[in-house]
Design a protein around this ligand. Structure first.
Ligand SMILES: [Zn+2]
Length: 298
């Protein structure tokens, strides 16, 4: 087994390759933050295209998570110019240096795989699926993936080998579930998320496993930050740009010029190169552990 991808995931702090730009297809932001400040953070961290994802949970999008429309609606055009905006993508440039940025709509669905059996600590196979340019209703995983394919949109199976479980936070996917991920990704042309950097410390074994599986099974693989919507601007700034998928700058410019999300997404899924690494332990503590302790202590 080639362990270099794992080491790269753990310790990679390399620069973006020349002529490529960073796309982050999966992240969430807190409603209390000013969208313009988040945008400045994206510029600072070298992100060129950022998904703004809400959640399609049975209980709806959590109150504190900002959705794409509200994010765009509250952008302050003092430092940036919104060149073009529609329901799935907004192209903007920074006034002082003309640097380009794309913000695009995303939704992370929590769905159940039909026909799944679950396992020791979970009743069924729950799958998180990130979609762009659409908002399917809470439904079965197969139904969401099918609809995405029919509408020529993109889907990514988020942290595919880490299954959300009610009783404990998550379980590692069993053999049946791993097989299902590969089968569904193939059948519906979905990408798999090979690195989820915010969750990475407890997902490092599965991240690596997904990466290896994607390589062997020739699945499309993307990396994402999965920035968790925290109310602190500082924590948000630290989370963005840690991981993502790089695309050719010319294709990014084409998507920007033509205002077409499909150009960006296709390039990311078919020609994208994974970039970034595991979040450092201090940030992991601040983003993932401290909020849980605070909640426990009530
Ligand atoms: Zn997420």
């Amino acid at each position: 087994m080639d362990l270099r991808p794992l080491l790269k995931m753990m310790f990679n702090r390399s620069e973006l390759p020349e002529n490529r730009v960073l796309v982050d297809p999966h992240a969430h932001f807190h409603k209390s933050l000013k969208p313009s400040e988040v945008v400045q953070a994206l510029y600072e961290k070298g992100v060129s295209a950022q998904a703004i994802c809400d959640y399609g949970l049975a209980s709806g999008n959590p109150e504190h998570v900002i959705c794409y429309e509200e994010f765009i609606g509250r952008l302050n055009e003092r430092d940036i110019e919104i060149v073009n905006s529609d329901y799935e993508m907004t192209v903007l440039r920074r006034k002082n240096d003309n640097r380009r940025l794309i913000l695009f709509q995303g939704r992370e669905m929590e769905a159940i795989v039909e026909g799944s059996h679950g396992g020791f600590l979970h009743d069924n196979h729950q799958m998180h699926i990130v979609v762009h340019g659409m908002r399917p209703d809470y439904d079965s995983a197969q139904e969401i993936l099918k609809r995405t394919k029919i509408e020529h949109k993109s889907a990514t199976i988020a942290h595919p080998f880490t299954i959300p479980a009610r009783k404990i936070e998550f379980v590692y996917a069993n053999r049946e579930e791993r097989g299902t991920v590969v089968k569904l990704a193939r059948e519906y042309g979905a990408a798999v998320e090979g690195l989820n950097s915010t969750n990475s410390l407890w997902m490092t074994p599965t991240n690596f496993w997904v990466f290896e599986t994607a390589r062997k099974q020739k699945l499309k693989v993307v990396y994402a930050s999965d920035a968790h919507a925290r109310p602190s601007l500082e924590l948000t700034r630290e989370q963005v740009g840690i991981a993502g998928t790089t695309i050719d700058r010319r294709m990014f410019n084409k998507a920007w010029d033509e205002g077409k999300l499909s150009i960006l997404i296709n390039e990311m899924q078919y020609q994208g190169q994974v970039f970034g690494g595991v979040q450092n332990p201090i940030l992991f503590y601040k983003v993932m552990i401290a909020p849980r302790i605070a909640k426990l202590l009530g």
